[in-house]
Design a protein around this ligand. Structure first.
Ligand code: FUB
Ligand code: ZN
Length: 665
């Protein structure tokens, strides 16, 4: 046990060695970052206080997920067989992973006791050869590993991730040992010279990489890499592959990884796949993997992502159709896929040091992912449309319940996304009030960050090395703060002449109160100097309200405009716009006024302006004369005040469509 080294603390010990390349950056783990009161902390706290208990209740007794383990382990003998769906074990593991992260930050004896009792039941359900899966054990063990779509490997991946997280949080390794035995079982079953296997739903790959990081055992990394290399060679067998409408592209088994050019199929599978590929590239230095990731990232970000950072436009395959097909009302945009975008973009940032990945991470986090959870923490969205005529009610739970525990594990460990380091310098990625100590070569640096981000653009950082030291601070400058045209980007800020509007205000940086020149490198403002205790940096990002347009290739957004302030995308909701949402046309030059409303939706900036009512009630103004005030709220906060229409992309001109679509609530 002693030679187990924790991923989070000793990453370089595993990634180093003779044949493995280092990623450029190492994220600072959430456990080393103490969030102070602010936007992200409020989410992390609510997940601990509300979301995790909800996930545990639904997992333990409101559904049969834990009962399945009890049946296999023998503590429940009701002869009922398997309850639920074949991948339901994964929700137990994901809930435990969220619990672990939350316990690490806020110990809670009763939740830990409850989690321990689950872990006992899980361990009792493991077969003597290490296999664990309640669906196959209860329905016929002879059928295991026959249908690659049946998520045995996916569940195993979530088990491994949960086991590592729980060990990291509590020092208890029982769950991790269950995961290790399952990984050993898979390693004995699959691999070169053994059976072929294409993981129908990727996940196990990234988990096996973590397992190598924790145990130092390279077998798991090699197995993860082997799983990646199995894809695209016709080895896939099972329900998906037999389904003509889905085919191998559904689970990214159409081409080998080296040949990947574009994103296809199921969005969450794709995200976990690419996260695993990036993890392997970071540890093996595989340049072909990195090149493939860069290509497919461009395909996602330049052709297939919503303004909210959500991905996957079709419910049919929970994924992609064709490039630029981004319907708003029918958008799927599964919460899990936005969570996956955060994972993948974090890995890409660490691998390359490129701040563009943080731009995308922020877009998906603050919009697509956060929309998936209510402000109360106990209601969820699975798809996340960008328009809804009737409005939508958030749900307490789902039959397929992947999203609640996924958003919970992301937010419980949200401190992971704030900092990175290469041992010499420090990178600041997502801004949030916090304090941390970051070890650099030869010294520790204490950082205290104060900010009201994402609402305000001012970020104050006190930097205190334990002795005077020369190093660089890399401050992420979000793309939205610059508006430089990025070739290919789907969305841009429209200028008065129809071109791209650069930010009117400059980005400013002050060091110890004095304005400072800075170099830009890879999306970061870099300040190199000899730092001493108490040095102070202030970053000021312009927080203007932006009118965003989509490229003409996105037919569904044609003639429409969306509002964004900082990283937050806005929408109009019927609750604030009682005369309707779908009948409003955003006036071309209407002043857009941001206003802090502390008592609305937990405290948000709203945006107000004037619109044309395309369908004014008879007896009132004509269309041309109408001057309807409107209010926009952050998209992530919609559907928290009952069911009401919502729209992100507002028309700029009156068309027949607006007249027909107009809705008076
Ligand atoms: O298949 C397991 C999970 O259920 C997927 O990640 C989600 O998209 C949902 O299909
Ligand atoms: Zn989901």
């Amino acid at each position: 046990m002693k030679n187990l080294c924790l991923l989070f603390l000793c990453f370089e010990a595993f990634a180093g060695g003779t044949s493995y390349a280092q990623p450029r950056l190492k994220p600072v783990p959430f456990s080393e970052v103490v969030l102070d009161d602010g936007f992200l902390k409020s989410y992390a706290d609510r997940v601990g206080a509300v979301t995790i208990p909800v996930c545990m209740d639904y997992t333990e007794y409101k559904t049969g997920r834990i009962r399945n383990f009890e049946r296999v382990g023998g503590s429940l003998q009701d002869r009922k067989g398997h309850e639920g769906i074949y991948y339901d074990d994964s929700d137990v593991y994901k809930a435990l992973e969220a619990v672990a992260y939350s316990l690490k930050v806020s110990p809670n004896a009763s939740i830990e006791k409850r989690a321990d009792s689950w872990i006992d039941k899980i361990a009792a359900a493991q077969q003597p050869d290490g296999y664990i899966n309640t669906y196959f054990t209860l329905t016929g063990l002879q059928n295991r590993w026959t249908d690659m779509e049946k998520h045995e490997d996916y569940c195993a991946g979530h088990l491994i991730e949960a086991g590592i997280a729980y060990y990291y949080a509590t020092g208890k390794r029982k769950l991790m040992d269950v995961g290790i035995r399952m990984a050993n079982h898979m390693d004995q079953t699959f691999g070169p010279g053994k059976r072929h296997w294409v993981t129908g739903h990727q996940e196990v790959e990234l988990a096996l990489v973590k397992l190598t990081d924790v145990t130092g055992d390279q077998r798991y990394l090699h197995l993860a890499d082997w799983f990646i290399r199995e894809r695209g060679h016709g080895y896939g067998v099972g329900k998906i592959w037999e389904n003509a409408a889905m085919g191998p592209g559904y689970c990214q088994d159409d081409v080998p990884i080296e040949d990947v050019e574009r994103i296809t199929g199921h969005a969450v599978r794709a995200m976990y796949y690419y996260t695993g590929v990036a993890d392997i590239a970071a540890r093996t230095g595989n340049k072909e993997y990195l090149a493939a990731m860069r290509r497919v990232w461009e395909d996602v970000v330049y052709k297939n992502v919503y303004l909210t950072g959500a991905i996957g436009s079709s419910q049919h395959n929970e994924g992609f159709t064709k490039s630029f097909d981004l319907p708003n009302a029918d958008a799927y945009g599964e919460t899990c896929a936005s969570v996956g975008m955060v994972f993948w973009n974090e890995r890409m940032n660490a691998l390359t040091g490129d701040g563009r990945y943080v731009d995308v991470l922020e877009r998906s986090l603050f919009n697509g992912a956060l929309a998936g959870i209510s402000l109360s923490g106990d209601r969820f969205f699975y798809p996340n449309p960008l328009a809804s005529q009737q409005g939508e009610a958030r749900k307490e739970w789902f039959g397929t319940a992947c999203c609640p525990s996924n958003i919970a594990r992301l937010l419980a460990s949200i401190g992971n996304y704030l900092y990175a380091t290469d041992n010499q310098d420090i990178w600041l990625n997502v801004y949030a009030p916090n304090h941390t100590i970051i070890p650099l070569k030869g010294s520790n640096v204490t950082l205290v960050q104060k900010t009201a981000y994402p609402w305000e653009g001012s970020v104050s950082i006190t930097i205190s090395p334990d002795r005077e030291k020369s190093f660089g601070i890399h401050l992420h400058i979000p793309g939205w703060a610059i508006n430089q045209p990025i070739p290919g980007n789907l969305y841009y800020v429209e200028g008065e002449n129809g071109g791209i509007q650069p930010s009117k205000k400059a980005i400013e940086i002050f060091v110890n109160g004095k304005p400072t020149d800075f170099e830009m490198a890879d999306g970061y403002a870099v300040i190199h100097k000899v730092w001493k205790k108490g040095d102070h940096v202030e970053l000021r990002l312009p927080m203007e309200v932006k009118r965003l347009k989509a490229l003409d290739s996105v037919r569904q957004d044609s003639g429409r405009v969306a509002l964004q302030r900082g990283p937050i995308v806005y929408c109009l909701e019927g609750t604030d716009n009682p005369k309707g949402v779908f009948n409003l046309i955003l006036k071309a030059n209407t002043p857009l006024v941001p206003q802090w409303e502390p008592n609305l939706l937990g405290g948000v900036y709203t945006i107000t302006g004037k619109a044309i009512d395309a369908n004014p009630p008879s007896g009132e103004n004509t269309i041309a004369a109408s001057n309807e005030p409107f209010k926009a709220i952050p998209y992530f906060a919609w559907a928290n005040r009952g069911v009401s229409p919502m729209q992100v992309w507002m028309p700029e001109k009156v068309t027949q469509q607006e007249k027909e679509l107009s809705v008076s609530p």
